[in-house]
Design a protein around this ligand. Sequence first.
Ligand code: GLN
Length: 542
Amino acid sequence: MTRFIFITGGVVSSLGKGLSSAALGALLQARGYKVRLRKLDPYLNVDPGTMSPTQHGEVFVTDDGAETDLDLGHYERFTGVDAKQTDNVTTGRIYSEVIKRERRGDYLGATIQVIPHVTDAIKEFILADPGEADFVLVEIGGTVGDIEGLPFLEAIRQLRNELGEERTMFVHLTLLPWVPTAGELKTKPTQHSVKELLSVGIQPDLLLCRSDRSIPPNERKKIALFCNVRPERVIEALDADTIYQVPIAYHDQGYDREVCRYFDLPFEQEPSLAQWRGIVRTVRDPEGQVSIAVVGKYTGLLDAYKSLSEALTHGGLANNVRVKLEWIDSEIFEREDAVVHLENVHGILVPGGFGERGSEGKIQAARFARERRVPYFGICFGMQMAVIEATRNLVGIKDAGSTEFGPTAEPVVGLLTEWLKGNEIERRNYGSDLGGTMRLGAYIAHLDPASQIARIYGSDRISERHRHRYEVNTDYKARLEKAGMKFAGMSPDGVLPETIEIPGHPWFIGVQYHPELKSRPLQPHPLFRSFIEAAKTQSRLV
Ligand code: GLN
């Protein structure tokens, strides 16, 4: 029997609902249950693919090619369960589905309304394909009280009625602010938030209260009394020094125990959290430190690079070092000398990106890394910029560029107009829609067995997730290889370059895909493990 836990948020946004849901998933798994996590996003975009990462954080891509909310990254990292297209839905997608059905005539003369048609479509999504899951955790994006969120709240209210208390639980995440002048943790915003939920017919079964200090017994009682929740189900969620501490802290507060109790499941046996404790130990007390410069464009909002910074941390865990990230806006290099900023770092990473702004700075960072023999990791756009740099400065074609930035005489990087997806050919041109039309999701690549990257993976056949519209143009391959840049990985049909490296350089690798999306704390990605290892070696040199 699949049970559904609905997680809403109140008082303010950014309380870490995604991480919190992921941590509960990990705890239930540690108790031997199978979990799936889903996210309902109230915004009107069909998916976050067309949103700037500085607005909504990174776009997380699944194996099956969905562009999803970054919270799905937390879910995957904490539970190891691969997310799917069917695990993230937005108001935009729900409405386009309902309108499509209406146009087809599926509703047979009915007047289409939010209740029941939109709420039915939401419920369908929540209930679809639970697989073997004992628990489906459903996070509702936004904050209670948002207009956009109402149909979602209504849908979960209906589900409680339809599935019963035995199969549904409402968890509400709130904030207890500390007011220094009163010397008190304030419960009123939580009370109001619960009232707001009650007004749409939802009585939370458990409250998860974020706060920067322990909740005194009196305040706990007060919350329980006013919010109609048992005192032991008012769970304290203290700020943690590392995200890996969150499942442990929740467990210590009895969160998973109360969830099991609620569903009448055995709760006496302790779950095994040894792996999480091990990670926390390494994070708190590593043997050393390396510093990595991340030269990108969206450095103003670090959520834009969430999976990347996590994957770098995982690489650090695998090497028992702390990874200190220096976020550098690539445009700086267009005004100032790169040397000043990069001289003392132990590795340089140019991540994924879009558009011309800042690209020359990234090219300079790649040049610095190549010439100064500093470990370089180019991801997607970062690989494309490294190839343009090598074409300009190793092959000697000064006009080398990318058609992403407009017409160019030397299109070393060009629009991907045709590629194989399974047995089908996908076609695009300059006039195609921008939403959902990139080369997306998992594709196989073949690696030259004699390459550095094949050694790192321990395999010559890999599957990695993609999200790009442009590709390195193989017309330049022979000249680049002659000049010292090896095309080590190619698509199985040999048409699309997937990885490049510079033999003889300590660590210079570019990949057209996004390895950071598949790295997990309990299984660091081989490329991040190896990159940080190279940075560790570099740290002994500088
Ligand atoms: N803008 C580049 C492209 O579309 C790179 C994309 C990326 O880095 N994800 O190909």
